[in-house]
Design a protein around this ligand. Structure first.
Ligand SMILES: *Cc1c(COP(=O)(O)O)cnc(C)c1O
Length: 429
């Protein structure tokens, strides 16, 4: 089937929005061609304006763990919209979503809702700085924590895809307070804290790095972060915007058994609407206005539509059978993709944490940003295009995680694996 309508819309959009898109990775720059314009989505599938259907492994970059337009979420949203889209005043829905989240993340003793993951990390860092009275922060290479100034340093997929390590427009004075260290390197981390510990407010980390594909923490790495930050009075922030409710219901912190001081959430907790949240230790969160002096606000924060989508999503996720089903589907895909690569004679490394995953086109074990960069991006681009032609939508960059949803049926997985085998046969080493 053709993609003429998408192409025409893209051409038009180029004159209207920077790069024709409202978020850079959507633009297919890393894989060639032009983005598809989507008219609707249902379950595991996206439908473009030309009428083509695609099994979707992007899922709006992670949030749609129930699949697109889940009937329970849509129904609740319609009912909520009838009652008003925003109150600018407290509503019981905010408490309901907060309690669902806090029950799953016992490390969160107090929480605040915001509108995106970017706002969550930005605000958590402000709280940590206000609490400690220190300015510097540590982040890790390849970790993306949203696009706030000072966090756009060695920040994963977007920057990796476009080859811009640090974004212009970020004052040097901001970036100066950001120390960047290699992920999974406990020794370098320990040495840095011994030198700079007293001036560091926070350490922020993606406990599983999803913004350069899917990089798992080495045994002991997260434990070292926990132990050393505690020793130096530094706030440990887990950015679980992607991993939250994704790696497990309790996120990476439940999976790895680490209790951070603060947690950032987003994506899944909004059920496809714009939501972020940050929270953590009561004493730290008490610095936030109006309880404390650290200012943070939002006109639409906690709005009833966003809360409703989140509540309905978490209600379904909290059923025990949900993650069992997700795990089974994920295993089928993992097995299928790794066997297809082997059979086709293409060297890959497959990683996953819960239902986020990445196939790297490399023979090197991927443990950090340097090793992720060994992946053959050209080969990935060919794989991506071949899959898209066969009706499978992957994220358009080697350095993005893929996701599955509850709506992905075995036959969808099998169709995907068959397509992958065909494409991989054309990519032999
Ligand atoms: C997506 C993401 C963010 C940013 O969230 P937005 O809602 O896009 O602002 C922050 N941190 C991580 C780990 C993410 O994956």
């Amino acid at each position: 089937m053709g993609t003429g309508k998408s192409k025409a819309l893209y051409k038009k959009a180029l004159g209207i929005m920077p790069g024709g898109v409202n978020s850079p990775v959507r633009a297919f720059k890393a894989v060639g061609g032009f983005p598809l314009f989507i008219s609707k989505a249902k379950g595991p599938r996206l439908y473009d304006v030309d009428g083509n259907a695609y099994i979707d492994y992007v899922l709006s970059w992670g949030p749609l763990i129930l699949g697109h337009a889940h009937p329970a979420v849509v129904k609740a949203l319609k009912a909520a919209a009838d009652k008003g889209t925003s109150f600018g005043a407290p509503s019981p829905l905010e408490i309901d979503l907060a309690e669902l989240v806090m029950a799953a993340y016992p490390s969160i003793q107090k929480i605040r809702m915001v509108n995106s993951g970017t706002e969550a990390t930005m605000s958590a860092l402000r709280a940590a700085r206000g609490f400690t009275g220190r300015d510097k922060i540590i982040k890790f290479e390849g970790c993306y924590h949203g696009h706030a100034d000072g966090l756009l340093v060695r920040a994963g997929s977007g920057a990796a895809t476009f080859g811009v390590p640090d974004s212009p427009g970020v004052p040097k004075s901001y970036a100066r307070n950001t120390i960047t260290l290699p992920f999974n390197d406990a020794k370098t981390f320990r040495e840095m804290l011994n030198r700079e510990g007293k001036s560091i407010a926070a350490v922020i980390v993606e406990p599983v790095v999803g913004n350069i594909g899917c990089v798992l923490p080495r045994a002991g790495f997260l434990e070292t972060l926990r132990k050393e930050t505690k020793k130096h009075g530094i706030v440990l922030i887990f950015d679980e915007v992607m991993t939250g409710f994704r790696v497990s219901y309790g996120g990476a912190q439940a999976h790895y058994g680490i209790k951070p001081d603060m947690t950032c959430l987003g994506k899944v907790i909004g059920g496809g609407l714009p939501v972020g949240a940050y929270g953590g230790r009561k004493d730290i969160m008490s610095v936030i206005s109006p309880e404390g002096p650290v200012y943070q606000a939002g006109t639409l924060s906690g709005n009833p539509l966003a809360m409703t989508a989140g509540i309905e999503t978490l209600k379904i996720l909290s059923r025990k059978s949900t993650y069992e089903t997700l795990e089974k589907t994920m295993r089928r895909l993992e097995k299928g993709l790794t066997e297809a690569a082997k059979k086709a004679g293409v060297t890959t490394r497959f990683y996953r944490a819960g239902t986020m995953f990445c196939t790297y086109f490399t023979g090197t074990d991927v443990v950090d940003w340097e090793t992720a960069k060994t992946a053959d991006r050209e080969k990935f681009a060919r794989f991506f295009r071949g899959m898209l032609e066969r009706g499978i939508n992957l994220a358009p960059s080697q350095f993005e995680a893929g996701f599955i949803s509850l709506a992905h049926a075995n036959k969808d997985i099998d169709e995907t694996v068959n397509a992958a085998y065909e494409v991989l046969c054309g990519l032999k080493d």
